[in-house]
Design a protein around this ligand. Structure first.
Ligand SMILES: Nc1ncnc2c1ncn2[C@@H]1O[C@H](COP(=O)(O)OP(=O)(O)O)[C@@H](O)[C@H]1O
Ligand SMILES: [Mg+2]
Length: 242
């Protein structure tokens, strides 16, 4: 029951964030920042309460490693909101901000929050001046959060050291290409997205649809590769790069 609520609140919050981003007046920037942060905190709260609800439905005691994993995921999300907050504070309008640097920092923070020291090597597979519009910035951050959290949680279930490859490129013409790949076990055999996707994959789907991005998950002999393509929209040519 909780999941539709989360997805609904995601769409509503993102729509609200979008409408705030239409404000370009200097005076609006403070309320804009606060509203975006508060949207993020609302998302965080709904994720935590969803977890609490799923734990409370369990009849048996919950193993310590599951509780640890859940708390680590929550930590990662708090870290993500904190980073977004500091980014917005230094770039109030957030318009046409470079997503590559933000993504790199976000991934670095996730690795230090979710993995043991030295367990995950972060590798950049080519990042250029990956400028994205203000209204795509938050949904893209949330998508990357889910994909990277999954890689750190599921790629190496036995705790073997692994690699996380990340890239963000802005193509000539303005479209955006993002990839996140791990070198782990890949999706379980006969994985069926409609039946087996959890909140993370469904959140990615909803957010990608919202911004008109195409996503794919390619489960390979070694690891899972996620790609996202966001077509250029009117005005992207002025946004730089190419
Ligand atoms: N990088 C990955 N490597 C291996 N399996 C993955 C990866 N990402 C996702 N999965 C699989 O997809 C399932 C659904 O992911 P998700 O919707 O995020 O839910 P959750 O992470 O809460 O299980 C996971 O339980 C896992 O089996
Ligand atoms: Mg997940």
């Amino acid at each position: 029951m909780e999941e539709p609520t989360l997805l609904h609140s995601l769409s509503r919050n993102a729509a609200r964030a979008d409408s705030f981003l239409l404000l370009s007046d200097q005076d609006a920037s403070f309320s804009e920042i606060n509203n975006r942060i508060s949207n993020n905190l609302a998302l965080l709260a709904s994720t935590v309460s969803m977890r609490a609800a799923s734990f409370s439905r369990r009849e048996r005691p919950i193993p310590a490693h599951e509780v640890t994993a859940a708390l680590r995921e929550i930590t990662a999300r708090i870290v993500a909101v904190g980073h977004l907050h500091s980014l917005l504070a230094t770039r109030p309008h957030g318009a046409n901000a470079g997503f590559g640097a933000h993504m790199r920092e976000l991934c670095r923070l996730f690795v230090s929050a979710l993995a043991a020291p030295g367990q995950v090597e972060l590798i950049e597979t080519g990042t250029n001046d990956c400028t994205v519009g203000a209204d795509d910035f938050l949904p893209l951050s949330l998508i990357v959060t889910e994909v990277v959290t999954n890689a750190l949680k599921h790629a190496h279930p036995a705790g073997a050291p692994g690699k996380l490859m990340i890239g963000c490129r802005r193509k000539p013409g303005g479209s955006i290409f993002i990839e996140v790949a791990d070198d782990g076990v890949g999706l379980p055999e006969r994985f069926d997205f409609s039946a087996d996707a959890g909140t993370g994959l469904r959140t990615i789907d909803v957010l990608a649809q919202q911004i008109g991005a195409k996503t794919s998950f390619e489960s390979r002999a070694i690891g899972l590769r996620f790609t996202l393509r966001l077509p250029a929209t009117d005005g992207d040519d002025q946004a730089g790069a190419a």
